[in-house]
Design a protein around this ligand. Structure first.
Ligand SMILES: Nc1nc2c(c(=O)[nH]1)N[C@H]1C(S)=C(S)[C@@H](COP(=O)(O)O)O[C@H]1N2
Ligand SMILES: [Mo]
Length: 330
């Protein structure tokens, strides 16, 4: 998947840097609001802040969402420009260049759409997308997204915790892992049938990872319905793992006993492990993972950012891996 490409030479501007004092003020405001009854105010404030930071508006129907109160769900970092988040994509079903998904995914039919939730569950169910959208209140969460290729973005997603779906199908004791199968329709997706990957694109999580409140089922971004190139009509966002763990255009969620054989493990197991937790101390065999380039922060010569363990979500998810050798389980 991984050709390192650059978006060109934009000079960072001073206003992109948030002064520490302002940052601290915002943190305090967040704490106050999260602790109290002012959720609605927080939603407005977060939405305004996000809107000010991206170049939008997009061309998609609006989705209304309140700011999430899940711990660690929203970073104060500057949100990536809408144009960058919707034109610099990985979605190999539509091509392997960063601009291919925006160019080729436009005609993907996202209605009608169903998601089969099945396997080791007491109540298997086929959800219609409209039904899924109403399963729980929509939340906005501003997550960092770190691609295994060494770049990152900050994206305001709209959706809710995947656990909302999981609890409704009642997993049995045999449900140790969750497998996510995404659409593979050669009629709509020009690269399905190519040998780039073994289609469909399959991803997976351990059960406790899937149940973690930060693991998000996503229907929208930047206040709007997801653009097709970002995984419409629904995708996953698992912010502490490399981006490829977050499958786009999901059609099936299966609860299984054995660790799923994921598309990238099948393609290159030495390079892309099942866990794929963001980790600056575990290099990819062909490049360092110690730093990353934030998309929008200038060109090839912009200063790289240090990559954070679990992409900065260690306080929330570190427990899941207590005692586990992260170098072995990459
Ligand atoms: N079905 C599918 N899902 C996918 C991919 C893909 O090629 N096919 N690419 C992954 C990778 S490598 C990344 S980094 C993210 C990118 O999401 P974005 O384009 O919305 O930023 O989607 C992930 N989900
Ligand atoms: Mo990625």
């Amino acid at each position: 998947m991984h050709f390192l490409k650059d978006r060109g030479f934009n000079h960072p501007i001073a206003s992109e840097i948030t002064p520490q004092a302002v940052y601290e003020q915002r943190r305090q405001l967040l704490r106050t609001l999260a602790a109290g009854a002012a959720g609605g105010v927080l939603a407005t404030w977060a939405a305004r802040d996000a809107r000010a930071a991206f170049a939008g508006p997009g061309k998609h129907p609006k989705l209304t969402a309140a700011a999430s109160t899940v711990a660690g769900a929203s970073t104060m970092e500057k949100v990536t420009a809408y144009d960058d988040a919707t034109t610099y994509n990985n979605f190999y079903e539509f091509g392997t260049d960063k601009s291919d998904p925006a160019a080729n995914a436009g005609k993907l039919k996202t209605r009608p759409w169903t998601v089969a939730v099945e396997g080791a569950v007491a109540k298997p169910q086929v959800f219609d997308i409209e039904q899924l959208l109403k399963l729980a209140p929509l939340e906005e969460r501003i997550y960092r997204l770190r691609c295994v290729e060494g770049w990152s973005m900050v994206i305001p997603w709209i959706g809710f915790s995947l656990s909302e779906v999981i609890k409704r199908v009642e997993p049995t004791g045999n449900a140790k892992y969750v497998e996510f199968v995404t659409l593979a329709d050669p009629k709509q997706m020009p690269y399905v049938g190519s040998r780039v990957l073994d289609w469909p694109y399959v991803e997976g999580l351990r059960m406790d990872e899937a149940l973690h409140p930060l693991t998000m089922l996503v229907f929208g971004m930047y206040g709007e319905v997801l653009p097709n190139q970002n995984g419409a009509p629904l995708r996953l966002a698992v912010p502490w793992k490399y981006g490829f763990k977050s499958g786009k255009s999901i059609v099936k969620i299966r609860f299984v006993e054995q660790q799923p054989r994921t598309a990238w493990v099948k393609s290159a197991a030495q390079e892309y492990g099942f866990y794929s937790n963001v980790n600056p101390n575990v290099d990819h065999p062909r490049w360092s993972q110690a730093t990353e380039r934030r998309i929008g922060e200038g060109g090839l010569f912009a200063k790289k950012r240090p990559t954070l363990l679990f992409n900065g979500y260690e306080a929330q998810v570190g427990q899941l891996y207590a005692g586990m050798d992260l170098k072995k389980n990459y």
